[in-house]
Design a binder for this molecule. Structure first.
Ligand code: DGL
Length: 285
């Protein structure tokens, strides 16, 4: 296989990265893709940073062993914690991370108040806090940080539209509206999967003017740029592009997520990735 024919490796702690994968498929329809859902070790958002770093490096090694020519860290938590270490471990490899869209949000906002929905780990990460401070300095925008504990789990359980998820969204979003936010950043790749529920909530609150910012599209564009710059784009006339799923938990569950969220049925394989020292199945031992 020549390098342009090699796949792009994409991963997240679970199904959240599918919200990024759909943009990559739309913009780069000729690329072979590997998608790894690290559901057996999820969520990342409540784990110590060094543990997330070690896990991300292990997943990078796994995807490269499958022949990946580039990596997409389709997870804000993993990007904030570990993209620097991943780049250091693989100099020269195209690596695209996902960061909460503070910059586009600051330019969209009319009130200058932007709510940021993300995991605790993302919002506490040094890389995220530097970004927030820089954009605050540049734009004057005020960022209201809202850790959404448990929301990614609800989405993993397929509860996109349940009463419990609706109540959680209300608890996280209403205080941001009360403080004047007119723009909300979906700072976790799981959250675009409940965009319809968020829009309904805003509508019910008489706030359908509130803008939602998701960076999946920008990530796919950046990947396209890096592949083009490296001479790594797969030819349009080549055989059809293939997608393979990998999961550190149940293949049936990831298969069901592909079906219900994207309407596709790629092959899915269960894989074992050695856990960081002192951890098993996403729990400390
Ligand atoms: N999808 C991940 C993100 O973008 C987070 C979910 C988790 O806590 O594992 O941050």
């Amino acid at each position: 296989m020549t390098l342009p024919d090699a796949p792009v490796g994409i991963f997240d702690s679970g199904v959240g990265g599918l919200s990024v994968l759909r943009h990559i498929q739309a913009q780069l329809p000729h690329e072979h893709l590997l998608y790894l859902a690290d559901t057996g070790f999820a969520p990342y958002g409540d784990k110590p940073e060094p543990v997330v770093v070690e896990r991300v490096l292990a997943i990078g090694d796994f995807l490269l062993a499958q022949g990946a020519k580039a990596l997409v860290v389709a997870c804000n938590t993993a990007t904030v914690a570990a993209v620097r270490e991943l780049r250091t471990a693989h100099p020269g490899l195209p690596i695209v991370g996902v960061e909460p869209g503070l910059k586009p949000a600051a330019s969209l906002s009319r009130t200058g108040k932007v709510g940021v929905l993300a995991t605790e780990r993302t919002l506490n990460g040094a890389k995220f806090l530097q970004l927030r401070d820089q954009i605050h300095l540049d734009s004057g925008a005020e960022f209201l940080l809202q850790p959404c504990v448990g929301l990614a789990d609800q989405i993993e359980f397929g509860e996109l539209d349940s009463t419990a998820t609706g109540a959680m969204l209300q608890r996280f979003i209403h205080p941001l509206l009360a403080q004047g936010a007119d723009t909300l950043v979906l700072g976790c790749t799981h959250y675009p999967l409940v965009r319809a529920s968020i829009e309904r909530l805003l509508n019910d609150a008489g706030r359908s003017d509130v803008m939602l910012v998701d960076t999946g599209d920008a990530v796919a564009r950046q990947l396209a740029r890096l592949l083009a710059a490296g001479g790594l784009l797969r030819a349009a006339h080549a055989s059809p592009a293939l997608l393979s799923g990998y999961t550190s938990a149940s293949a049936t569950a990831l298969g069901a997520a592909f079906r219900s969220l994207l309407g596709i049925e790629p092959p899915v394989h269960e894989v074992t990735i050695a856990a960081p020292n002192g951890w098993s199945n996403g729990r400390q031992i």
